[in-house]
Ligand binder design. Structure first.
Ligand code: ROI
Length: 174
């Protein structure tokens, strides 16, 4: 069966965000027909959107999956629900967000799913961890993401913690 390399963005700012992201990465590793290939470190940043919400923890995971894009989306939405997903308001707090950023070289325009993720090129909390995992990553149109990153660098990322995610053996929940 054909499989694709897929980048997943993880984010949380509720209910112990660091643990939410670590649990999310472990849950990705356990998906059917899927292997976890690499994870970024964890990044803490100020919220984009309303400022009266807690800071976010973000990370990016690279998986290899034989799932179709919509089957993967269904699986990610189920994981978000398992994490007790809370979404209080538009661009507001969330328990766990799992976004498909890139799906192989595909461009997807589906009522439920747009890939590349529509906002990924505007968000340092997405680009910086993605480039940590794959410095040469590019969009389906060939644009290198390393060329896009500088436009986002004015967004503050407070802290970049290499917190025990740099080897695949160490992502088990603590
Ligand atoms: N801001 C940051 N820093 N990280 C996120 O993951 C994030 N996710 C969101 C909004 C609310 C837009 N802002 C964010 O969905």
């Amino acid at each position: 069966m054909q499989s694709h390399n897929v980048y997943i963005g993880l984010g949380s700012n509720l209910d112990n965000p660091t643990q939410q992201v670590i649990d999310g990465i472990n849950a990705l590793a356990a998906l059917r027909e899927t292997q976890l290939l690499a994870t970024s470190s964890l990044y803490a940043s100020a919220p984009i959107g309303p400022q009266d919400q807690p800071p976010f923890i973000n990370a990016v995971a690279l998986i290899k999956t034989a799932l179709t894009p919509i089957a993967l989306l269904d699986a990610l939405q189920a994981l978000e629900q398992d994490a007790g997903r809370v979404r209080k308001r538009h661009w507001g707090e969330r328990t766990l967000d799992l976004d498909i950023l890139l799906f192989g070289e595909q461009t997807i325009e589906h009522p439920r799913l747009k890939v590349p993720h529509p906002f990924m090129c505007e968000r340092r909390f997405v680009l910086e961890p993605l480039l940590e995992v794959s410095p040469h990553a590019h969009l389906p149109n060939g644009t290198a993401l390393s060329q896009v990153l500088p436009k986002t660098l004015t967004q503050e990322i407070w802290h970049h913690c290499t917190l025990a995610l740099d080897s695949l053996g160490s992502v088990a929940p603590q």
